[in-house]
Design a binder for this molecule. Structure first.
Ligand code: PGA
Length: 224
């Protein structure tokens, strides 16, 4: 099988108590059915969950890399309410930057997002950079590009695998970023169809990552 990246994005869901419950169920599933080495799992959680989940992953040796869903465009300093890349790096190794919900609801611009990428890379974080189409600028330092058509996010109306594949092929050629993934209504039922198309090197999963058994099934179906 090919190597794939499965990224869970909890968005603004799960306080610490729910997060611990999720980890307990997911951890039991992983211990009884080990995940193939070809699948890299990245779990992107709210800032408040990073520390407790980092502790659980370390204590239980779970094969999960931890990520944040945003990072400050500024370094550590007098920026009230911001989470700097250095702070995130103490607990996590990945960060999602440029998700369309942040562009839409938080007004994040390409300029601000480029500064976020700079901060993240300066601190050694791996960056998953989300774009809604082929016209959106991609900073050259990012590690993974996520194509997420807005009409498919959280709607249950996924893009067709062949269309997603052709868009990701265009993005990969234009940006030279080696890893390109698809996001938008990915489920255990459709993940296999996406992953068997060219240049869909992984998936970004919102709703279907919230339930540990569903997310585990999705990962199992990624390894077929
Ligand atoms: P969804 O979200 O899987 O719920 O459509 C995807 C995303 O926004 O990353």
């Amino acid at each position: 099988m090919k190597t794939v990246l499965v990224v869970g994005n909890w968005k603004s869901h799960k306080g610490v108590s729910d997060a611990r419950t999720w980890m307990s169920t997911f951890g039991s599933l992983v211990h009884s059915h080990p995940i193939p080495k070809e699948v890299t799992i990245v779990l992107c959680v709210p800032f408040s969950d990073l520390s407790p989940i980092h502790e659980i992953i370390t204590a239980e040796h779970l094969p999960i890399a931890l990520g944040a869903q945003d990072v400050s465009p500024y370094p550590e300093g007098s920026y009230t309410g911001e989470e700097s890349a250095q702070m995130i790096k103490e607990l996590a190794s990945w960060v999602i930057i440029g998700h369309s919900e942040r562009r839409k609801y938080l007004g994040e611009s390409d300029y601000e997002l480029s500064n976020e990428v700079t901060q993240a890379k300066n601190s050694g974080l791996n960056v998953i950079y989300c774009i809604p189409d082929t016209k959106t600028h991609v900073p050259p330092e990012v590690d993974v590009v996520g194509y997420e058509p807005v009409a498919s996010i959280g709607t249950g109306s996924a893009d067709s695998p062949s269309h997603a594949s052709s868009i990701l092929t265009t993005i990969k050629h234009a940006t030279k970023i080696p890893m390109t993934i698809y996001g938008g209504s990915v489920t255990p039922d459709n993940i296999g169809d996406f992953l068997c198309t060219p240049n869909v090197d992984g998936v970004l999963v919102g709703g279907a990552s919230l339930d540990p058994a569903t997310f585990f099934q999705l990962i199992a179906n990624a390894s077929i």
